[in-house]
Design a protein around this ligand. Structure first.
Ligand code: F6R
Length: 606
């Protein structure tokens, strides 16, 4: 959702800024730009397109400077054009600003500034910031005071940074509801939307809170409250991620790399400190009503949790898409709201949690990014330890969250004595086998899935069917197909089909069915009924199943046979197949795998 990167140092920082926004490109990638201080004057270069293309085309690396800010954009206000690309400079050229978020009152501000003679060159909300800084500087002749005044008149959400030729060795930045952090190195300071902006250069970060601003110079930094203008003492957060994990490491795409990292990320999830998980289980057991939340993929994680908790702990917990939470849920101090979020910054989820908190509910989360807004807001957080997920499409983070939620459901069931210790241990053993099972599936089935995906890549309509806990798996696998391959894929419970959608079955509609292992007798048989319904209408069915070769041979048009696995983990294994099928379809269709069109990771706007 737009990436901000800034650096001020002893030596040339042009290349560091390039690396910074390159590492943030997953947050937005329709256009990018940079503002550098050269001989006390601001030089701005910007263009539509990706970071590498922009740097090459404008030869930006050659523009040496010791201080600068850069931005990679995901358009919200204003089309994708060079004029609408950040940074924006003030009319007099003395301020250059980059911004993430939405200035909600930008229209009246812009109209007023225009009347006062300020010259607007873009259709964005951000440009008002540059002109406001100029305007207020003219009154006070003080950059910091002009900044405070600007912050006091803008409404909405922001993470912003600017440089000014009046103070050519400093970067100013501030935040409200959009993430921003500082990187603290020796003789170099950074500002970034997240750790990836500077992880290669320092592991010491200062995470800004809402209502704070900071001033950075080569040797020092200060954080202050916007309201009181007083200095705030901030702790240094040590980044635990290894910068190497953020690299592609020989894989053609981050998506594939991250799918292949899943055996490791699941092991990490299973090795989490038990006391952290037990604390959350305690919250579930004490709450009178609990809700699972998430959006997009994490909504499907929440939906998975609904099934697995209902199944294991024999208690119904609703799942709600975060954006619908306020319209639906009625929470109070007896409620628990538990969310899943990879980034920990998603606006819809953050808003739902804040709403729940304002009503007195307890709130908890499983989050991948330490120090993120959600991680800091909730009463209890589980940091899942999956490492950076760079591809815009979530894979490893979602699967690890599902594993953690399975573990929480088992722990709650044990605490409530609805399962015995023996059953708990059997389930735990099943989870412990999962990394190896997935490794085997990746090693032995990828080639087959690749061929299958190529063969059917021209199919434009897919129905993804699953029953019970396989339904959220079908939904999530369908979402992967939509977002990476831009192919229509509709996830649906198997039983739902005959209530309408069956009418669609023809030569242009393909179905993929997630079949449970036969040991899961009721679910297995009802899933086979759904398949029969399609086949009876001559529909195409790709069955992903665990039944030995030769059994039910005529049932499927195509089949992908998986090894026998414990039923508890079978849906998770099938999700990996769904991820690979979407990936290889997108490869055949030559899609932009890690940065699909129109999307951005970490959606920090409403
Ligand atoms: C899909 C995807 C999105 C995110 C959603 C929530 O692959 O990544 O649907 O799951 O935007 O994001 P987080 O998990 O960061 O809260």
């Amino acid at each position: 959702m737009c990436g901000i990167s800034g650096a001020v140092g002893l030596n040339n920082i042009s290349e560091l800024l390039f690396e910074g926004i390159k590492n943030l490109e997953y947050r937005g990638y329709d256009s990018c730009g940079v503002a550098l201080m050269k001989n006390n004057r601001i030089l701005v270069k910007k263009d539509i397109g990706g970071v590498e293309e922009f740097y090459r085309k404008h030869n930006v690396i050659q523009l040496k400077s010791k201080i600068g800010i850069a931005h990679t954009r995901w358009a919200t206000h204003g089309k994708v054009t060079q004029e609408n690309t950040h940074p924006f400079i003030s009319s007099d050229g003395n301020f250059a600003v980059v911004h993430n978020g939405i200035i909600s009152n930008y229209r009246p501000l812009r109209d007023k500034l225009k009347k006062e003679g300020f010259n607007f060159r873009s259709g964005t909300d951000t440009e008002v910031l540059a002109h406001l800084l100029e305007k207020f500087y003219k009154c006070s002749r003080n950059v910091e005071k002009a900044f405070i005044k600007t912050l006091s008149v803008i409404e909405g959400t922001f993470a912003l940074a600017f440089i000014s030729s009046y103070l050519p060795e400093q970067i100013f930045c501030a935040k409200r509801e959009s993430p921003l952090m500082l990187g603290i190195g020796d003789e170099i300071k950074f500002v970034g939307s997240d750790f990836n902006a500077f992880i290669d250069h320092t592991k010491n970060a200062v995470i800004l809170d809402d209502g704070e601003y900071a001033i950075l110079s080569r040797d020092a930094y200060v954080v202050k409250s916007i309201l009181s203008e007083e200095e705030v003492t901030k702790p240094i957060t040590k980044i635990e991620w290894d910068s190497e994990t953020s690299k592609k490491g020989g894989y053609p795409h981050y998506m594939l790399k991250e799918i292949y990292e899943q055996p490791q990320t699941i092991s990490n999830a299973l090795d989490l400190e038990p006391s952290g998980l037990d604390g959350v289980v305690d919250m579930f057991s004490k709450a009178r009503n609990s809700y699972f939340l998430g959006v997009g993929t994490t909504y499907y994680v929440a939906k998975y949790a609904k099934y697995i908790f209902s199944q294991l702990s024999q208690e119904f917990f609703p799942s709600i898409s975060s954006d619908e939470f306020q319209a639906l849920a009625n929470v109070d101090k007896h409620s628990l709201v538990f969310c899943a979020s990879q980034s920990g910054e998603t606006f819809d989820t953050l808003s739902a949690l804040k709403h729940a908190k304002s009503k007195g509910a307890r709130i908890a989360a499983v989050v991948n990014v330490m120090g993120s807004s959600i991680a800091r807001l909730v009463d209890k957080v589980i940091i899942q330890g999956s490492g950076p997920e760079i591809c815009v499409i979530s894979t490893k983070a979602a699967l690890s969250q599902m594993v953690i939620l399975t573990l929480l459901a088992m722990k709650l069931a044990l605490k409530k004595k609805v399962i015995t210790r023996k059953t708990y241990n059997q389930h735990l053993q099943a989870l412990r086998e999962l990394p190896e099972i997935i490794q085997g599936v990746l090693n032995e089935r990828s080639g087959f899935i690749h061929r299958l995906a190529s063969k059917y890549s021209a199919s434009r309509n897919w129905l993804y069917l699953g029953r019970g806990v396989y339904y959220p798996i079908a939904l999530e696998a369908a979402l992967k197909m939509k977002e990476v391959a831009y192919v229509h894929a509709e996830g649906m419970p198997g039983g739902f089909l005959k209530h309408g959608t069956l009418a669609m079955i023809d030569d242009d509609v393909f179905s993929i069915v997630f079949v449970p292992p036969p040991e899961d007798k009721v679910l297995y048989e009802s899933t086979l009924h759904s398949i029969e319904e399609i086949r009876a209408r001559s529909g195409f069915v790709l069955g992903i199943h665990f039944t030995p070769q030769g059994k039910n041979q005529d049932l499927y048009s195509e089949e992908l046979i998986l090894p026998k696995v414990p039923p508890l983990v079978a849906p998770l294994v099938q999700l990996v197949i769904g991820q690979l099928f979407a990936y290889f379809t997108a490869i055949s269709l030559k899609r932009n795998i890690d940065k699909p069109r129109f999307l951005a990771k970490s959606v920090t706007v409403a």
